[in-house]
Design a protein around this ligand. Structure first.
Ligand code: NAD
Length: 483
């Protein structure tokens, strides 16, 4: 039994427990072991954090963007130096494979700070000349930024918000998921170590209702950037609306993977399997509905099943492992309830459907589901329309591009999607007709951090990424001077 780590809030440069001295327990998903406890913060802690952020705002906003970019570099360097620790903590806290935690979570968290530092150095204010006047656009900080993040990519997503928020001169109150608090605390340590002025970055641990909700409704919080579920996003939007806070919502998805008849099945298969199951299917961008042209349906399904059942599910610390555990017992129960529902809806479970067979004893109390493939569901079955957010994909045939587009657009979500084809021109044309914020053709999660990131319909409001993040985390002010 390993030691239980006690984490603290980081407010105004001080490490503190919650004022009420209540705690939330944190468990390792792979083993079910109790690994940490975090402050169960309430509105009083949020008030203190917001006050610290307000106190620090003037000094931080007064720095030039180039000076703030240097701070991002320092954070990136210090985080990079602790990269293996980030990966180990993320793997422990989420149950994801260590190789994924290293290559994606740890690497991308550093990359986010480096990327936005570079964006700061390239940033240019705009001017618009008129015949008799000059317009100069200033980008001012918005103020105190409330950043709320989920558990699936904990530090990756937190750093995606912290870096541009800092760059544009805002001060921060961050509220990470109560299920994965560890690397947010590590980031606070890094920020303390590099000597960022007190109060510029504040961390409040806790659950959504006690700590998240007071942050979203706090009168002195000027901006909310939220990533999480669509139902929670609705609550966040309501809370933020009365004070007209600037709001970005990155929400759920039910993304289609469209496989056209002209695809080279074998060469595309590893990428399609990755798009289906990365992080146990717990990536908002995962393709959880695979639409396959009827002429290649049987060949595709046979090859897909071979690839899926070949994936190594097990010990997250083993470098060969491809799939780890799900985040929590209640999430596993939710995913299992969808698998039951799929059977009631007439689906056939082609593989998976429950805990992996032969999982070692050490993991018997963990939250496991082996990769699950479901055939035979109508495209408008609940399991094909609602976000499951686990290692579960449904398969659906289509007869022509138009039908594939109709099925892809059938859900209330509109986050991402991918198209697999030898005809990139046809794939590009098809992509234009899909109601989603992001479509990949012959690739998936191939990310250029400069491009807009976000969803349409119930998948979100607003865009982050590159200059969209810089715009969101600032207020563009126009000064018009008559010649
Ligand atoms: P969640 O909505 O349950 O929680 C997200 C965060 O919101 C957590 O920190 C939680 O404590 C907090 N929260 C909960 N209730 C709140 C409230 N009333 N007010 C303020 N904060 C509150 O989501 P989750 O289960 O942590 O994450 C999974 C979801 O996130 C999935 O739907 C997934 O698609 C989505 N997601 C979206 C993106 C994207 O970029 N679009 C990325 C990752 C995850």
């Amino acid at each position: 039994m390993s030691e239980v780590t006690e984490l603290s809030n980081f407010i105004g440069g001080q490490w503190r427990p919650a004022i009420c001295e209540h705690w939330i327990e944190d468990y390792a998903p792979a083993t079910g072991e109790h690994i940490a406890r975090i402050p169960c913060s309430s509105s009083e802690d949020v008030d203190d954090a917001v006050e610290a952020a307000m106190d620090a705002l003037g000094g931080w906003a007064a720095l030039s963007i180039l000076e703030r970019a240097k701070w991002l570099d320092k954070i990136a360097d210090a985080l990079d130096a602790r990269g293996e620790e980030v990966a180990q903590l993320e793997s422990l806290d989420t149950g994801k494979p260590i190789t994924l935690a290293r290559n994606v979570d740890a690497a991308r968290s550093v990359a986010n700070f480096r990327f936005f530092a570079e964006q700061g150095r390239e940033f240019e204010s705009e001017t618009f000349e008129m015949s008799d006047a000059t317009n100069r656009v200033l980008y001012k900080p918005v103020g105190v930024a409330g950043l709320i993040t989920p558990w699936n990519l904990p530090l990756y997503l937190l750093s995606w918000k912290v870096a541009p928020a800092l760059l544009m001169g805002n001060t921060i109150v961050a509220k990470p998921s109560e299920l994965t608090p560890m690397t947010a605390s590590l980031l606070a340590e890094v920020i303390e170590d590099v000597g960022l002025p007190d109060g510029v970055f504040n961390l409040v641990h806790g659950n959504g209702l006690d700590a998240g909700a007071p942050l979203t409704s706090h009168p002195d919080v000027d901006l909310i950037s939220f990533t999480g579920g669509t139902d929670t996003g609705r609550e966040v939007a309501k809370a933020a609306s009365s004070g007209f806070k600037k709001l970005s919502l990155e929400l759920g998805g039910k993304n289609a993977t469209i496989v056209r008849s002209d695809v080279d099945i074998e060469s595309m298969m590893p990428s399609i399997v990755r798009a289906s199951f990365l992080n146990q299917g717990q990536v908002c961008l995962c393709g959880s509905r695979i639409l396959i042209h009827e002429s290649i349906y049987d060949a595709f399904v046979g090859s897909f099943l071979t690839a899926v059942t070949d994936m190594i599910v097990g010990d997250p610390a083993d470098e060969e492992t491809v799939l780890g555990a799900l985040i929590s017992q209640s999430h596993r129960d939710k995913v299992l309830s969808y698998i039951d529902l799929a059977e009631q809806e007439g689906g056939e479970i082609l593989c998976g459907g429950g805990a992996p067979v032969g999982i070692p004893e050490a993991f018997e109390n963990g939250f496991w589901i082996s990769p699950t493939v479901i055939d035979g569901l109508a495209p408008d079955a609940r399991c094909a329309m609602e976000e499951i957010f686990g290692p579960v994909v449904t398969l659906h045939p289509f007869s022509d591009d138009q039908e594939a587009i109709e099925i892809a657009n059938m859900t209330d979500y509109g986050l991402a999607g991918s198209i697999w084809t030898s005809d990139v021109e046809a794939g590009g044309l098809m992509a234009e007709q899909i109601d989603s914020g992001m479509i990949w053709v012959n690739c998936w999660l191939h990310r250029d951090l400069r491009v807009p990131f976000g969803g349409v319909k119930n998948s979100g409001v607003g865009r982050e990424g590159g200059r969209w993040s810089l715009g969101f985390f600032s207020e563009a002010i126009n000064i018009c001077v008559k010649h």
